[in-house]
Design a protein around this ligand. Structure first.
Ligand code: URP
Ligand code: ZN
Ligand code: ZN
Length: 463
């Protein structure tokens, strides 16, 4: 059904103006100051966006939905995660495929795809996790890239599980350079983490408050430095995920200054939560255990400033949902066994609006750039990330004056807790469209479920 969004204030990464948007056949086909409804087909659906902002659909380039990890499975399904994303204004997710070392990459790709296909209500793609590199894996990775998955993921952490060794890292980057794909990387020195964890546990320091000291900023900075050296020597394009601290960011920026092709991501939890949350008594801190860990508050100022200066490129969530009662509790006698991750796919945009835009730390264009446009450009989502004639009609009608409160009782994510319980938000998506279909109206899910599509990507060229 054709769609008209009337009287909105359009905001993109670079511009803002008042206009009506007309969408047909999944795309934006007209953007004009005032579109006469009499010129449109009789069955055109209309959304009145008076007093509201209209953003391009937001893109979260780093989520986990199906995730076998630390002896359990992440809690969401693609139904719950994609619907939560849409409610929060996110219309495209890129999930990390995280196979075990003994799994075949193509099988893993099919497994992960099978979880999303026909179930996802938003569009999606994947980063292909490289957790083993040998001749057979290489052949399969080439095939996966041919199928439109044009980015890899490597872990320099999680020793003995998802992590790769240096030979595997080098060969992955060399292949990526040859194919022109981006390598996303979790950067922490896994040996330092393992040694420090063992020391802390032996000293009886077992609570969640010891998670951060087990992987301090130097561990992350060293991981980024390590990746930068390998990227420099292979010429591969790399993307540092979930940058949590000033020291790690500086390593990436220094490398960028000497010509390394590096993109920098930070995530919503690191922007709005600090390490004191993981120090909460009675094991409540476990709700806030993720890696890299939540940091001292001073790092948030560095991250926000770097965003406004567009030195950091993207803001994702690293959504990794585990229940508090049955899953986080697996680590009640040792923080090393707490499944790492914070559920946040539903609230990224509102958190950024509340703590970034409403406080003046970032402007609206930076919000759009870092939470949508840049991810589309880096990862080759060529029809997404902005509002223009010919682009997918993924649109968010946003009410900046809405006031509401986050609660696990009302969120769509599958977890039994929210890391932001009771927080008052400023701003909320009132309508969300996916390729011209209205999926959210008046803040409620209304669209036909399971309409999300795998977006086949081609190698991106970004300047
Ligand atoms: O704590 C996190 N980040 N959990 C998910 C896995 C990862 O490292 O991204
Ligand atoms: Zn990670
Ligand atoms: Zn992650």
């Amino acid at each position: 059904m054709p769609l008209l969004i009337k009287n909105g204030h359009i905001v993109t990464a670079s511009d803002a103006w008042d206009a009506d948007i007309y969408c047909a056949d999944e795309s934006v086909t007209r953007i004009e100051r005032s579109i006469d409804v009499r010129s449109l087909p009789a069955n055109t659906e209309t959304i009145d966006a008076s007093g509201k902002l209209v953003f391009p659909g937001f893109i979260d380039p780093h989520v986990h939905v199906y995730l076998p990890f630390m002896g359990t499975f992440a809690k969401d399904t693609w139904a719950s995660a994609s619907e939560a994303a849409l409610l929060g204004g996110t219309t495209t997710l890129i999930e990390m495929i995280c196979p075990g070392r003994s799994e075949e990459p193509l099988e893993a790709f099919e497994t992960w795809l099978g979880k999303a296909r026909d179930v996802a209500s938003c569009d999606y793609s994947f980063h292909m996790g490289v957790t083993r590199y040998d001749e057979s894996a290489e052949k399969q990775l080439r095939e996966i890239v041919r199928r439109g998955i044009t980015s890899f993921k490597v872990f320099l952490a999680y020793k003995g599980a998802l992590g790769v060794d240096d030979t595997e890292l080098f060969r992955t980057l060399r292949l990526a350079k040859e194919l022109g794909v981006v390598v996303t990387a979790h950067c922490e020195n896994e040996t330092l983490v393992a040694e420090r964890q063992a020391e802390l546990i032996a000293a009886g320091k077992t609570g969640p408050e010891w998670h951060e000291p087990s992987r301090p900023v130097e561990v992350e900075a060293e991981g980024v430095h390590h990746l930068m050296t390998f990227a420099h020597l292979t010429g591969a394009e790399v993307y540092v995920v979930h940058t949590s601290c000033n020291e790690a960011m500086r390593e990436a920026l220094t490398a960028r200054a000497r010509g390394v092709r590096v993109w920098i991501e930070t995530v919503a939890p690191h922007l709005v939560l600090d390490r004191t949350f993981a120090e909460r008594p009675d094991f409540e801190g476990a709700k806030y255990v993720m890696s890299p860990p939540l940091r001292a508050k001073r790092h948030q100022d560095s991250l926000w400033s770097a965003l406004q200066a567009r030195l950091i490129d993207t803001i994702a969530t690293d959504h990794a949902p585990f229940d508090f009662e049955a899953q986080k509790s697996m680590g009640c006698d040792a923080f090393t066994k707490i499944p790492n991750g914070i559920p946040s796919v539903e609230h990224r945009v509102d958190l950024l609006h509340t703590f970034g835009v409403a406080t003046g730390r970032i402007d609206l264009h930076t919000l759009v750039d870092c939470a949508s446009t840049k991810a589309a450009r880096i990862f080759g989502l060529t029809n997404k990330g902005t509002i223009a004639v010919g682009k997918d009609a993924d649109l968010v009608v946003y009410d900046p004056n809405s006031r509401w409160t986050i609660s696990a009782k009302t969120h769509r994510m599958a977890t039994d807790y929210s890391a932001f319980e009771g927080w008052e938000m400023r701003g909320r998506s009132s309508a969300v469209t996916l390729r011209g279909r209205v999926m959210v109206r008046d803040g409620k899910l209304v669209g036909e479920r399971g309409q999300g599509r795998l977006i086949e990507r081609r190698v991106a060229k970004v300047s």
